[in-house]
Design a protein around this ligand. Structure first.
Ligand SMILES: [Zn+2]
Length: 412
């Protein structure tokens, strides 16, 4: 990137993609000093990110270690102290500026500030985090994603782009790099295989039946129970599972025994778009701590990208996932420490994804998910890997730790 080359980081979840763009402005500062140049203002990396929650987390973390960073946004729901202002941008307070594509493409205010002298010469790179959003959302929901290349044309010609994603396929890679005008880019790729994760698909029956083991574990082992993340495909489903656990566990829902019936004392939690910020914080802080008391979380996609959950080796999808990309990314939250982990989908044909719209992309996603779930013959790991990395996929796990299909064939 020193030479102005574009780079695409196609690395598995948890591989440290963020640190690659977070460190960029400092590497450029170092380079300039080594070359005898001492610019009065620091180098800046502009990070395009899909979600305000991701930006907030990153800015808070970066500031806690003394890295000047801020968000370009007029969002009134965000803590004002995390937002950039024209004055503190111009005075050179920040090394990293985070923004949704809409803010820098569709808002004249931020685009003008970024592309005017002298700031445009301080911008040393544009990072596009979660770059699969260019492909998935660009054509329909968030058209600004397909216009990020316009920012390139407004900055000095040698400003490189760093695109990062865990969940792309070869076809998506081509589409994204074309949309971002990435010519002769360097690809840094590590296979997304997680040999320590076992993939399973089971028929969904009743909540009582399917989740009995987890409930029993909580009843008898309380805060020593296995940590489980349960992805629900709707807010209603999330509420139903949560209500079932609260009813069955009663006073045992809280720790220590006899504790006040507060969210902070509950050993399971619910995380969706309607969950109060305070309760989301309680759950996330607990799940980021190996000894946190929260053992089971019922979540929707609101518990999204960029969250690090500690000691989590079991992920369940209760209901069919929306796409193989989402499934692979969400199941990748298990087993981060290298321990044997398990990812199970409970589904029945009635909850398989339906054709919500007629776009080719959506049809393709539905077909792929159905094929994956209905399959009983082919190794699930190979199915996933072939989809993401093509013919070079290979299976490196023993049958009993690979998937239910391999395990069943081994038993015959
Ligand atoms: Zn297998």
């Amino acid at each position: 990137m020193y030479e102005g080359n574009d780079v695409f980081l196609w690395l598995p979840t948890g591989y440290g993609k963020s640190i690659c763009y977070q460190i960029l402005p400092f590497l450029f500062d170092y380079k300039l000093k080594r070359e005898g140049l001492h610019p009065s203002k620091r180098s800046v990396c502009v990070v395009v990110s899909p979600l305000i929650s991701l930006m907030v987390d990153q800015v808070k973390t970066l500031r806690s270690i003394g890295v000047g960073s801020a968000i370009l946004s007029g969002n009134t729901g965000v803590d004002k102290s995390l937002l950039a202002s024209e004055n503190n941008i111009k005075s050179g307070d920040f090394s990293l500026l985070f923004s949704a594509p809409e803010a820098i493409i569709s808002s004249d205010r931020w685009r003008d500030i970024l592309t005017e002298e002298p700031l445009c010469h301080q911008v040393v790179a544009i990072a596009v985090d979660e770059a699969h959003c260019v492909y998935k959302w660009g054509s329909k929901f968030r058209p600004s994603y397909t216009r990020i290349h316009e920012l390139r044309s407004l900055l000095p010609a040698d400003t490189p782009v760093l695109a990062c994603s865990a969940t792309v396929t070869k076809a998506m890679l081509k589409n994204i790099t074309q949309a971002l005008n990435m010519v002769d880019y360097q690809l840094v790729h590590v296979s997304p295989e997680r040999p320590n994760t076992c993939y399973q698909v089971q028929k969904r029956t009743t909540i009582e039946n399917d989740l009995e083991t987890i409930l029993t574990d909580l009843k008898f082992n309380s805060i020593k129970a296995t940590r489980v993340l349960i992805y629900c495909q709707s807010l209603n489903m999330c509420s139903d599972l949560y209500a079932h656990f609260r009813y069955e566990l009663g006073d045992q829902s809280y720790y220590p025994p006899g504790a006040d019936k507060l969210a902070a004392n509950r050993i399971f939690g619910m995380y969706h778009s309607g969950t109060a910020h305070h309760n989301k914080d309680v759950i996330m802080r607990s799940m980021a701590d190996a000894n946190g008391i929260v053992r089971v979380v019922f979540a929707t996609i609101a518990l999204g990208m960029g969250v690090n959950l500690i000691g989590l080796n079991t992920v369940i999808h209760y209901g069919a996932p929306r796409s193989l990309e989402d499934y692979f990314q969400e199941s990748g939250r298990a087993g981060r420490s290298g321990e044997q982990s398990c990812s199970t989908v409970y589904w029945c044909p009635s909850d398989a994804p339906k054709y919500k719209d007629t776009s080719d992309l959506h049809r393709q996603e539905v077909v792929l998910v159905r094929t994956y779930l209905e399959n009983t013959q082919k190794c699930r790991r190979l199915q996933l890997l072939e989809y993401f990395i093509g013919d070079s996929a290979s299976k490196n796990s023993p049958d009993n730790m690979c998937c239910d299909v391999c395990n069943d064939s081994n038993l015959v």
